[in-house]
Design a protein around this ligand. Sequence first.
Ligand SMILES: [Zn+2]
Length: 144
Amino acid sequence: MSVQPVKPALTESRSLHQLTRQDLAASVNLFQKGARSARLVLPALAVPGGLLGGALLTMVASYFRLPEAVQPASFLLGWAIALGGFWVWSRRQRALLAECQLECGSCHEPMLVVKRGQLTSRAEIAAATGRCPACGDALFEGTT
Ligand SMILES: [Zn+2]
């Protein structure tokens, strides 16, 4: 299944009053697919990878009795990779969220909300009830 036909529909009309439940489901789907893509998974892996790599390098430097400056340098390098990975991951996640975002036509509250790296079910609640979870207004034409 391709996600391409969804994108123009999302960018053409940002007001939920002209949208359908399928648009809401598609935006959730698009975000979840993007979150599992290498673009986000690789920088996320750099966090434990950097910390573990830095710790290993520190132990190796100690074992082989390398010059004293190698240990703090490898420790700092590990942290730099981990923090860099986190920074890239959070930037890309924010960009993905903005790309997939839909907002309520009445109160302009976003339908996709990420808390602690997890997508909350606001869009799913909206799709199920036909109403904005923030202001309670009807989201789709024909819902009163
Ligand atoms: Zn609303």
